[in-house]
Design a protein around this ligand. Sequence first.
Ligand code: WTA
Length: 632
Amino acid sequence: MNHKIKSLKDYIFEYQKSVDQPESFWSKIAESFEWQKPWDQVLSWDFEGPEVRWFENAKLNITENIFERHLNAHGDKAAIIWEPNNVNEKGLHITYKELFERTCKFSNALEAQGVKKGDRIIIYMPMIPEAAVAMLACARIGAVHSVVFAGFSSSALADRINDCQAKMVLTSDGNFRGPKNIPVKAVVDEALEKTTSVEKVIVCQRTSAEIQMKSGRDLWWHDAIEGQSINHKAATMDAEDLLFILYTSGSTGKPKGVVHTTAGYMVFSQYSFMNVFQYEQNDIYWCTADIGWITGHSYIIYGPLLSGATTLMFEGVPTYPHAGRFWEIIDKYNVNQFYTAPTAIRALQAHGLEPLEPYSLDSLKVIGSVGEPINEEAWHWYHDHIGKGNCPLVDTWWQTETGGIMISPLAGITPNKPAHASLPLPGIQPVIVDTEGNELVGNNVEGNLCIKFPWPSIIRTTYGDHKRCKDTYFSTYPGMYFTGDGVKRDHDGYLRILGRVDDVMNVSGHRMGTAEVENAINEHPKVIESAVVGFPHEIKGQGIYAYVICDMVGESEEKLNREIIDTVRKIIGPIAKPDQVQIVSGLPKTRSGKIMRRILRKVASKDISNLGDISTLLNPEVVDEIINGANI
Ligand code: WTA
């Protein structure tokens, strides 16, 4: 079980072993898990296909590795500590034994409602323990979960339901988030008007908001589990059977369903959790992500629970009811490892040091960052004021597609270097390439980040469209997985992630495709064309800037601005709302009709000193107009 790296020397040794003999390296780690049948072959792969198979023909169930494997040793240990949004409501300590019983009960309930192995189930729920139970019960019976962040709009939800042809939706009546009481079931109802595959909806009662229940389709969670047994025999899954689909944004088209399979994901999420955070058996670990994102999957649920850890789950937001809420929770539960996003750090940093004063934060041993590049100022603030200068800070780089942390310091082992994700985990072989695909070796080089060898939790396909997976990740640089990120290797050989090199923005740590926001804007009847770019934003990392050509007849700019923002909120959700909308009469285009985004990015960043060559533009005159209208 342990396979825990304990020193830098260990790390160097293990890393080398993982490159020289990847199969024996991973099979040793995998042997500590519980398998119903062992594998015939550790790995077969071909990045051309792409086709990657880990632990071929092995049989297992990931929940047996969370529950049955550990229950004797620590059935009474807290698996999940749940902190509600409302400070006056009592939190919950759910032991492994209790979580197991809840998972079994709900597994039986799902089967009673006709769910079978391989069916897709959408989970659209707030951060409540039942959301974890929902994921684990799907895994237990072999249904494929697809968690959709509960802040997405009904049309974004409908797109995801349709794409994976989900049979069931698991949801709640409402969601307590900060001072708000957000309707959840109503969004599901609206989404289901645009879908046909869903047969049943199970609704967990959380806010007791008034909702509609459609007879024959909708049933309450508490009724569904009524009388169900607390035992359940786990389904037998093949190593490569689908565990989950998670939708994420890319540079083109609609979000795609990233597919993760059972065994490889299990092994890597556990191994990476244990090693990056250096979790010790009685520690309390807290990741502030939402289960709607990959960080919530791998590092609130699977990685920690597979390690027998105590994972804290928080329903609320960092600033409610006050800007010290995170720090209050850390002291309340004596949190040892704390993992959050740079956006949250910057937002809390903006409140100054006063909200920190009542709290000691003495329990903290490790602090972590994820989701976007962390700027040096935020790194130092986090390190000095939260980690009190003596907690290692793990800046973890990874992606929905990688399933687990790829490049990161190991806490207390890898020397810390501000704003550097640092070194690859064992088993991860990053390479830096130039635009032609030549590998840039040595130190002091900068280029695009690729990975040249498979790791156990690599994306297997994009659901229902394998060609898209190949085109997006395996075609830019044949023979390698292309991440979409730029990276620099410094003079010490440490890696620093520079951000996306494609048309994907990173807004408050959320991935958002420019094309996706454009498509939403274009739904407004008065919009003729739009172009969206990211720009540096003090708190969010990147903000969204939209240039829009509209039919202005009978319209005011102010009204259109408001309506355009509202259209995006309705079509995607509040997280995709543009920060700036600028109505323009034209967009700078090349003679072949391509929008010159470079210029739009510069104007949005208020950096017009060097716009480069604009003489090749079809319509150079719009550049001045755009600059004049941008209030620079
Ligand atoms: C960015 C989140 C810099 C990166 C786990 C990546 C980061 C995208 C870091 C994936 C980091 C994530 N430093 N950039 N430590 N972590 N990113 O799929 O651009 O939501 O490609 O996965 O976030 O976002 P995703």
